[in-house]
Ligand binder design. Sequence first.
Ligand code: 5GP
Length: 187
Amino acid sequence: MVSDRALYGDLEKVLIGRDEIRAAVKRLAARLNEEYRGRELMCICILKGAAFFFTDLIRELDLPLTTDFMALSSYGNSTKTSGEVRVQKDLDQPVLDKDVLVVEDIVDSGLTLAYIMDTLSKRGARSVKLATLLDKPDRRKNDLKVDYSCFVIPNEFVVGYGLDYAEKYRNLPDIGVLSPRIYAEEE
Ligand code: 5GP
């Protein structure tokens, strides 16, 4: 736990602990198992942040499903959104006539997700829904519909359980608020 301790020193506080995360993922999976019963699901992971949530969630799903991965431009080393969306890795499979579930780590301005949802609808998916681990509704810049969210959080920059700052902290098992002194130099 030595490396853990070093990383936790960069946090202002732990916001959501690992047990709470696990319970919320199970609750969401139970809901999805009901709502998609009898259907086949295509689960799309938005890389890289959602990868941890995605693999935990789909292992709780008792449904026939396929997986695919998409990567879009993100904040880079910054804690502020640029509003620009660029596809870095597209899906390998077509979404035509599929019931698609987009799995994201966090919805902030909503710009990235609005782009993804729109793109998948235009490609002819039968249905496109959005599941996010975290939702920051105070920061929304559009009327994006979030179909499923595990936690609504305040407007703070969080890391852990897949969420990074400059590619670090993804391996923290809990979600915490990053201490502003870590990114103070950038601003
Ligand atoms: P949006 O397009 O909704 O503004 O941005 C979504 C993306 O911004 C997320 O996938 C994530 O990469 C990044 N993001 C937004 N808020 C946070 C945050 O609090 N912590 C981290 N690590 N990334 C965030």
